[in-house]
Design a protein around this ligand. Structure first.
Ligand code: BGC
Length: 928
């Protein structure tokens, strides 16, 4: 037997083992045997695997079909839900079953059984049938657990310290209590929240691995609680709990050094529910029996860092043996707990670890560590010092032109960690309630060796699964993709922020709407944005004005800016497209409508030309405004976004079947477009602002008469040529410019923009060593000096919005809007820009989509994966000869249908499966 035969035999053996393991799953014998492995996996409830804090009345379930066969479609499904995992698999004691439902829907299926009660844990499984007459076995059993649904479920009280001296930036209060458990514990769940951010320990062990919990919401209206299964942290007999609370977003410093935004007093809400093995229950809650003290955290702040005096450590204070008789009593706050909500989005967790790349002295004599990546998180160290010795760590994103440590762009944010040694053996420390945006660390007060044995940086960000991968034959583009992803990681810290380092770090809406669609390709952001959108609705003003930042911590006048407030229509629509999530449209519909209503009210003759707008923020301004400045009229932009938001509202109304609204707003849109044309477009289609952004918005939002669009696109190309093929758009034009160029047949020009290495361009920062996306096209100017430190972040994701075009056009992975969430996939790769290959993958709600192409001597090779229960339209570009798939003529393969040629492109329809296409490509003559 040669090696190929051996491999093939091994494969067969493995396959039969896999098949057997399918066959012997519980419940299988009740269904028809599947001839090949066909199963259901990746069960989620409200986007989570086995969540334990669900407060949706009718939670939604999703699953993925697994099959290696081609053309697999779900034809029906059956769901069953029960109170007990074992009887569920026997089909007994069910609380709800869907029965067999003939439908291809495998995502967002509503639970349809009796109303579930607080704390109820239910188990569920699903089986499906497909179009090849196969039945899957019942899936593995999954579960979800309901949260605390009513205010009266909370017997715990908010507790605070009694200190009058406490203030923003002061010591972090530590709350503790010892308690006894009489019996062996069967299950224990902790329901916990804070005014501030908490870290909880039970018997010395940290509870969970979340940071900055309970997360940031519009606290006065909605405050999240977390739920942890803490069964394994408790014991029969003596136990203790300790919870430390930091200022966090609740009362910490924010923009303009405003503080106490939500209140002055930090507080804890703690409810530990224990079930003993004999079924008896015990609840330990925060109440007046708790004790409080200050310890080693002398101050902690997101902006400023942390001051930790290890001499003040209260050793073992969360263990049962600790004596707290000298601690102070707490104050009970009787605030009604009617604004508590279960945590729905992903919590912040610790992710990548970076070791020092190099340690060096700057020309100014500072000792600096380079971690090689501009990241957001903190530094952990293990160092030795004498009692009272102080080490200070400063954090910076960049070095200046001379190689010195540069922190001016942090404005008033100190980003400083001060640690006072207690003088033991090596002391290990990492901060608690702060995060820094940095690549470089300046170390003061410690002269011993610094290396990977005693220093590491950790990235912290919302725990979103990476769903997208994108790489090409061009390393600079790959670095750009890397920078986009790191811009996302660094700025998705519970809410989408503008930047993570200077004294701002707020949920700026313009930035979020610009980047949102790209974000949906890189990571699973469904839960993240769904949660944030609820805060948007909560903070939207009565008249419909949407604040500049969400959660809103600015005054009420800081609202209603075009391109910023339109986040209220753009993000829900993007989430709907990416995840097929209708509910997010339902949830946000009133908010969307109110925003359009606000503009309507402030318009005259359908023209919105009032109010304060940021315009095309940070567009290319030349060396002065006479010199090539690309300034677009702000009111033109406002009118364009008025139309866009109205269009998205119409789209949402159509999806939700609100026909009256469709009619009303379609009429309104017609008038908005007319007003746009008469005010900002000449009869020949010239825009009154002759800028890239002006043409981009008009074309992207369909604001020009059909017959003038081609010529307007040519004007756009001409404008780009005037700038020697450079981009000049700001935050609002950038997300769409390449899409507009591609839509009107100018993908070659889109590639010119993408591949440009000189300022202004996407690759200019890359060539200058960027590891994240910069706020400005020229954060570091071509002469090496910095832009204005008042506004010069090196980690701002907005310009990273090009990522969407890279996935959707270069790799060509898109969803059909009529069948969103990639249920019907459009795969249309666009080679160009001297790229010889591109590989992209996207983990959708149905499974992995892949598009990987390469060109070698005009031979185009294209590998595609389409997940089960989806179909795809593939458009193969510039075809000259017969296309083969896996060596066969495509016309002979029954799984490939709808073959037709449009120009040089070949259109095909395929079902799920793996495909390998090869053909000779027509290489277009170079235009320039
Ligand atoms: C933020 C931006 C934001 C802008 C509004 C800035 O300070 O950092 O990203 O969108 O203000 O103009």
């Amino acid at each position: 037997m040669n090696s190929t035969q051996l491999t093939s035999m091994l494969k067969k053996v493995c396959l039969s083992i896999v098949t057997l393991s399918f066959l012997y799953q519980p419940g299988f014998s009740q269904v028809q045997h599947a001839p090949v492995p066909f199963r259901v996996d990746n069960l989620t409830c409200e986007y989570k695997t086995n969540p334990i804090a669900v407060d949706a009345g009718n939670p939604r379930m999703s699953w993925k079909l697994i099959s290696l066969e081609r053309g697999i479609q779900q034809t029906s499904y059956e769901l069953r839900v029960g109170n007990n995992a074992v009887s569920l698999t026997k089909g007994k004691d069910l609380i709800w079953t869907s029965g067999r439902v003939f439908s291809d829907q495998s995502v967002h299926i509503y639970y349809g059984g009796p109303m579930l009660s607080s704390r109820q844990k239910v188990y569920w499984q699903v089986r499906v049938w497909n179009n090849k007459n196969q039945a899957s076995p019942w899936s593995m059993v999954n579960f979800w657990k309901m949260g605390l649904l009513k205010p009266t479920d909370w017997t715990a009280k908010w507790i605070q310290d009694n200190y009058t001296s406490d203030t923003t930036g002061g010591p972090s209060p530590m709350f503790r209590k010892s308690f006894k458990l009489d019996r062996k514990v069967r299950a224990a769940h902790l329901y916990i929240s804070a005014h501030g951010v908490f870290e909880a320990k039970l018997n010395g062990k940290r509870v969970g691995n979340d940071y900055f919990a309970p997360g940031w919401t519009s606290y006065n209206k909605r405050i999240q609680y977390q739920v942890y299964d803490v069964t394994s942290s408790l014991q029969k007999g003596n136990n203790a709990v300790g919870v430390t609370i930091g200022d966090g977003w609740y009362r910490g410093y924010t923009y303009n050094r405003k503080k106490d935004v939500y209140g002055k007093k930090l507080a804890l809400l703690f409810q530990l529910e224990v079930v003993y093995t004999n079924g008896q229950k015990q609840i330990i809650t925060s109440d007046k029996s708790w004790k409080v003290a200050y310890g080693a955290i002398r101050s902690s702040s997101f902006f400023d860092g942390e001051l930790y005096d290890a001499r003040k450590d209260k050793l073992n204070w969360t263990s049962p043996l600790y004596k707290d008789q000298n601690w102070d009593t707490v104050r009970v706050d009787e605030t009604i707990k009617d604004n508590l909500i279960a945590t729905s989005g992903p919590s912040v967790k610790k992710h990548e670890k970076f070791l020092p790349l190099k340690v060096f002295n700057t020309p100014e004599g500072d000792r600096v560590v380079d971690f090689g990546q501009n990241l957001v998180g903190w530094v952990q160290f293990k160092l030795k010092g004498k009692a009272g010795d102080t080490i200070r760590l400063f954090h910076a994103e960049v070095l200046d032109q001379k190689g010195n440590f540069y922190t001016k762009n942090l404005r008033t944010a100190k980003q400083e960690i001060t640690y006072v040694f207690k003088g033991d053996s090596a002391e290990t420390y990492e901060p608690h309630f702060t995060f820094q945006g940095f690549r470089y660390l300046k170390v003061v007060g410690y002269s011993g060796p610094l290396d990977s044995t005693n220093l590491a940086a950790y990235a912290l960000y919302s725990d979103m699964a990476q769903t997208g991968k994108f790489s090409t034959s061009n390393p600079l583009i790959n670095q750009l993709q890397h920078n986009i992803q790191w811009g996302q990681k660094g700025n998705f810290i519970d809410v989408p922020t503008d930047c993570p380092q200077r004294d701002e770090r707020m949920g700026w809406t313009g930035d979020a709407q610009a980047f949102c669609r790209t974000a949906t390709f890189n990571m699973d952001v469904a839960g993240f944005f769904t949660k944030w959108l609820k805060d948007l609705s909560a903070d939207q003003h009565k008249d419909g004005a949407v604040p500049y930042v969400i959660p809103n911590m600015l005054d009420s006048a800081s609202s209603a800016a075009s391109g910023w407030s339109d986040v209220s229509t753009i993000v829900p629509w993007n989430i709907y497209l990416a995840y097929g999530d209708k509910q997010v449209l339902q949830q946000q519909y009133e908010s969307m409508k109110k925003w359009v209503g606000y503009i309507q009210f402030h318009s005259r003759n359908y023209l919105w030309d009032t109010g304060n707008h940021f315009g095309d923020w940070l567009f290319y301004a030349g060396t002065n405004y006479e010199d090539g400045a690309a300034l677009t009229d702000k009111n033109l932009i406002a009118q364009a976004f008025y139309a866009h938001s109205t269009q998205l509202l119409i789209n949402a109304a159509k999806v939700l079947g609100k026909n009256d609204d469709v009619a009303t707003y379609t009429q309104l849109l017609g008038n908005i477009v007319k007003a746009f044309q008469s005010e900002y477009v000449t009869p020949n289609g010239r825009m009154i602002s002759g800028t890239q952004t002006s043409y981009v918005l008009a074309l992207n939002f369909d604001l020009l008469p059909e017959n003038l669009r081609e010529s307007a696109a040519k004007r756009l190309v001409g404008n780009i040529e005037d700038y020697d093929d450079h981009i000049t758009t700001g935050f609002l034009g950038t997300p769409y410019i390449c899409h507009v160029l591609s839509r009107f047949g100018h993908t070659d020009m889109a590639y010119e923009l993408l591949m440009k290495e000189s300022y202004p361009s996407w690759l200019y920062p890359v060539k200058n060593g960027a590891t994240t996306i910069w706020e400005r096209w020229d954060g570091i100017k071509p002469d090496g000096s910095f832009e204005d430190p008042e506004m010069n972040s090196f980690n701002h994701y907005a310009y990273g919005a090009i990522g969407d075009w890279m996935y959707r056009v270069i790799a060509g992975i898109n969803t059909d809007e009529a069948s969103p969430g990639f249920h019907k996939i459009l795969i249309a790769p666009h080679p160009g820009g001297k790229l010889t290959s591109t590989q992209a993958e996207l983990e959708t709600m149905y499974g992995k989509v892949k598009s990987a192409w390469s060109i070698d001597n005009n031979i185009f090779t294209f590998d595609v994966i389409v997940p089960p229960n989806t179909t795809a339209q593939v458009i193969l570009p510039a075809v000259t000869d017969q296309i083969t798939e896996n060596g066969l003529d495509i016309n002979t393969e029954k799984e490939i249908t709808g073959i037709r040629k449009v120009g040089n492109d070949e259109y095909l329809e395929i079902g799920s499966g793996t495909y390998h296409f090869v053909y000779t490509m027509k290489i277009p003559a170079k235009k320039k």
